[in-house]
Ligand binder design. Structure first.
Ligand code: UT7
Length: 330
C-alpha cells in the first residue's frame, strides 16, 4: 500500500470584475430576477471581456496562490487544467499557462470532464504525487462559459458565469493533519447529448451554418440534467463518506458544484449534512462549471470560514455525464 499522503497546500480564485446581474438579463431575454432567484438561487455572475482568454483568469488565480503558499514557482512539476472553455481547442490551456509562468518542460495537460473537471483533476494529480511522478502539482478549474452562451436561449443564458480557481497539491509531511483522504470519479456517456456543445469538433466542424444556428453554444436539457444531478451528487457525497466510514455528521463543510441552489439543498439533505455546513456563492457567481468549487472553496478560506483540519467534501456533476467527490482534511 502506498504510504505517501497528499494534501491541498493552498487554494485561490480569480474572477473578472464585470458583473452581469439578473436585471441586466431582463434586458436581453424574456426573464425576471424573481424567476432566476427562485429557480436557481443566482443574483449575478461575472463576465470576462472579449479579449481575455481563460488562461488569463487561471493565471490570476495561480499568481495569488504563489503569494499564499510557501513554495517557489520553479518547484512546480505538473499543471493540470480542467476546462470546457480552453483558449484554443489545441494546444492545451495548461501548456499555455506553463509558458506564461515560465515553467520549462514540466508536464501540462487539460482534462475535459464538464463541471466535474476540478474533481477529476484533483484525483489525477493525487495519483501523480502518490506514484512519485510529481511533488508539487497545480490543479486549475477555469471557465469562460459566457463565451459559449446562447444569448437567445433564456433557459440557459441566465445560468453561466466566468471564473478560475487554482490549488496546489503537495506531499503531506508525517504528523500533518492536512490530507486528501479519498477521491471518487464516475461517468456515463449514454446521456452525453443532454448537455453538449454540438459544433466545433470533428463531428460537426465549424461552418457558416453551425454559426448561424448557434451550435457552438451550450445546449442543455435543463430538467433532465436537474434530475440526474440531484441523484448523482447525492450518491457521490454519500458514497465517499460511506467508503471511509464517515457520515454527514462528521463533515465540517460540503462544497458542492454551484449549478442550482435546489440541487445543492437536495445533495446536502441526502448526505445528511446540515444546511449551515454547506458553502455556497452561487448568488454571486452563477454556474462557473469546473471553476465553481475552487471559487467557493477559496473564498471560504479567505473569509476564515474554512480552517486547517476541517473535514470537507467536494461534490460535482456535469457534462459527460460525469460526477464525483473528494474527501479531504484541509
Ligand atoms: O452544471 C452542470 C449541470 N447543470 C445543472 O445541473 C443545471 C440543471 N438544471 C437546472 O438547474 C434547471 O433545470 C433550470 C434552472 C435550468 C431550469 O429550471 P426548471 O425548474 O427545471 O425549469 P423548466 O426548464 O422546467 O422550465 C419551467 C418554466 C418553463 O415555462 P412553462 O413551459 O412552464 O410555461 C420555461 O419556459 O420556466 C420557463 N423558463 C423561464 N422563465 C423565465 C425557463 N427559463 C426561464 C427563464 N426565465 N430564464
Amino acid at each position: 500500500m502506498n504510504s505517501t499522503k497528499v494534501k491541498l497546500a493552498g487554494i485561490c480564485s480569480y474572477a473578472p470584475e464585470k458583473v452581469l446581474t439578473n436585471e441586466d438579463l431582463e434586458e436581453i431575454v424574456d426573464t425576471s430576477d424573481e424567476w432566476i432567484r427562485a429557480r436557481t438561487g443566482m443574483k449575478e455572475r461575472r463576465i470576462s471581456d472579449k479579449d481575455t482568454p481563460s488562461s488569463e483568469l487561471a493565471y490570476g488565480a495561480i499568481s495569488k496562490l504563489f503569494d499564499q503558499v510557501d513554495i517557489k514557482k520553479k518547484e512546480i512539476d505538473l499543471i493540470i487544467v480542467a476546462t470546457v472553455t480552453p483558449d484554443n481547442p489545441f494546444p492545451s490551456t495548461a501548456a499555455i499557462l506553463q509558458h506564461k509562468l515560465g515553467l520549462n518542460t514540466i508536464p501540462a495537460f487539460d482534462i475535459s470532464a464538464g463541471c466535474t473537471g476540478f474533481i477529476y483533476a484533483i484525483s489525477i494529480a493525487k495519483q501523480f504525487i502518490e506514484n512519485g511522478n510529481s511533488n508539487n502539482a497545480i490543479v486549475v478549474g477555469v471557465e469562460e462559459l459566457t463565451k459559449i452562451t446562447n444569448w437567445d436561449d433564456r433557459s440557459t443564458c441566465v445560468l453561466f458565469g466566468d471564473g478560475a480557481g487554482a490549488a496546489l497539491l503537495t506531499k503531506a509531511k508525517g504528523g500533518e493533519i492536512s490530507e486528501i483522504i479519498d477521491t471518487y470519479i464516475s461517468a456515463d456517456g449514454k446521456y452525453g447529448d443532454l448537455l453538449i456543445q454540438k459544433a466545433g469538433g470533428s463531428k460537426m466542424p465549424a461552418s457558416h451554418k453551425t454559426v448561424d444556428e448557434n451550435l457552438h453554444t451550450v445546449y442543455m436539457e435543463g430538467n433532465k440534467i436537474f434530475k440526474s444531478a440531484v441523484k448523482a451528487m447525492g450518491h457521490a457525497a454519500v458514497k465517499i463518506l460511506k467508503d471511509n466510514g464517515l457520515t454527514g455528521e462528521d463533515v465540517d463543510w460540503l462544497i458542492p458544484h454551484q449549478a442550482n441552489m435546489r440541487i445543492i439543498a437536495s445533495t446536502a439533505k441526502r448526505a445528511k449534512i446540515k444546511p449551515n455546513k454547506v458553502i455556497t456563492n452561487i448568488e454571486k457567481f452563477g454556474n462557473t462549471s469546473s471553476a465553481s468549487i475552487p471559487l467557493a472553496f477559496a473564498e471560504a478560506v479567505e473569509e476564515g470560514q474554512i480552517k486547517r483540519g476541517d473535514v470537507i467534501v467536494l461534490d460535482a456533476f456535469g457534462a459527460g455525464l460525469t460526477w464525483g467527490s473528494v474527501l479531504l482534511r484541509y
